[in-house]
Design a protein around this ligand. Structure first.
Ligand SMILES: Nc1ncnc2c1ncn2[C@@H]1O[C@H](COP(=O)(O)OP(=O)(O)OP(=O)(O)O)[C@@H](O)[C@H]1O
Ligand SMILES: [Mg+2]
Length: 350
């Protein structure tokens, strides 16, 4: 089941786009459910032949605990399951609260188990940013967010606001299992509205095995350590079998152990002849992992073999730090580390 939340500025065309998508996918033979999350309750009217359907909130108001699934869900064009959450009159009460109540009611009546939709669209009201607004992307409801916009300034402004709000709720989207997170790397190959095949899952599992974290396959990404999550995300990139892996600070914000987990993974992938470009704040890590290094300063840069680039002189010049480069051995391998000694002014850095 794919769950997709559609956002956008008020009046931009969300309900029109959502209904067209529902219709197109239903015509392809998928079971589709469209949930209007707007007090206007007009999301599904085009699918219902212009008919306005009773909303979940109205039914709860009228029937209290006696609400049945058939009171709030209606079959529209091509048997699309249509639901409208409804909500309070503008200015009286919170529209977001209406969405939350409706979602709870749909869960309680086991709507998803009973209809077994392949696709659920949540058509979300445009101008509210609150807990209700976030509801469709919380707690494992929608996995994907589509923002409808135009080139008009206010529509882009709203799209930017929504994108920021979605980003802030992003951590909650990490409720996926590690295995599902890895298969997401294949979403372009799998195609819209399709779910990963058995073979895709096997491939994802094999990658987790290769990183020694297969036992975490069914764990939610929310509860993984920083290092484990990075490994899952690296696996998600690798499942596409890239020729080059570009990593933007993969080891930042990790504790020492998890940094090592990531660096060891990079070493291992490098031994397997994968080309890796890694952007890092730590020259030590370049010394450890990279054959070639590019240092980018304010006005100049330096590129070459790592031992020639990461030197005490260059660290002093580019980072304004006096340092010592020390060596230690680990088995057969000689490792180097940088000990920062003091901050120097560039004018004195030579
Ligand atoms: N691509 C389009 N071109 C021209 N008109 C459109 C297009 N899409 C939608 N419309 C028209 O724009 C109006 C608003 O569309 P719609 O109700 O889908 O917007 P909405 O984003 O859902 O609005 P709201 O935020 O109020 O729910 C409707 O009259 C619709 O027919
Ligand atoms: Mg609408």
């Amino acid at each position: 089941m794919r769950k997709i939340a559609i956002y956008g500025k008020g009046g931009i065309g969300k309900s029109t786009v959502t209904s067209n998508l529902s219709a197109a996918l239903a015509e392809r033979g998928l079971t589709v459910m469209q949930v209007g999350c707007d007090p206007k309750a007009d999301s599904t009217k085009n699918l219902m032949g212009g008919r306005r359907i009773p909303t979940v909130l109205e039914c709860i108001r009228d029937k209290k605990d006696q609400v049945r699934l058939e009171d709030i869900s209606f079959r529209g064009f091509k048997d699309i399951v249509c639901v409208e959450s409804g909500g309070p009159t503008p200015g009286i009460g919170c529209a977001g609260r209406g969405i939350i109540t409706s979602f709870e009611k749909l869960e309680e009546l086991r709507a998803y188990d009973i209809f077994q939709p392949d696709i659920v669209f949540y058509d979300v009201l445009g101008d509210v940013v609150c807990g209700g607004f976030a509801m469709p992307i919380r707690d494992g409801y929608a996995e994907h967010v589509v923002i409808v916009t135009s080139g008009e300034m206010m529509a882009l402004f709203a799209a930017d606001n929504i994108a920021q709000a979605v980003h802030n709720f992003g951590k909650l989207v990490f409720g996926y299992s590690a295995l599902n997170m890895v298969t997401m790397g294949l979403s372009q190959n799998i195609g819209f509205g399709r779910t990963p095949s058995k073979c895709d899952y096997e491939k994802a599992y094999a990658l987790l095995e290769r990183f020694g974290i297969a036992h975490l396959a069914e764990h939610s990404c929310n509860i993984l350590s920083g290092g484990e999550l990075q490994m899952v995300l690296i696996a998600r990139a690798l499942i596409k079998e890239p020729k080059i892996l570009i990593m933007d600070e993969p080891e930042s914000n990790l504790d020492m152990r998890n940094q090592l987990v990531v660096l060891n993974t990079i070493d291992r992938l490098n031994e397997e002849n994968l080309s890796i470009v890694i952007n890092t704040h730590y020259p030590d890590h370049a010394l450890r992992c990279a054959k070639k290094t590019l240092i980018i300063g304010h006005r100049e840069h330096l590129f070459g073999d790592t031992p020639q680039v990461i030197t005490q002189e260059n660290i002093r010049w580019f980072f304004e730090i006096e340092s010592d480069i020390v060596q230690a051995s680990s088995g057969e391998r000689i490792l180097q580390g940088i000990i920062p000694l003091d901050i120097v002014r560039k004018s004195a850095a030579g």
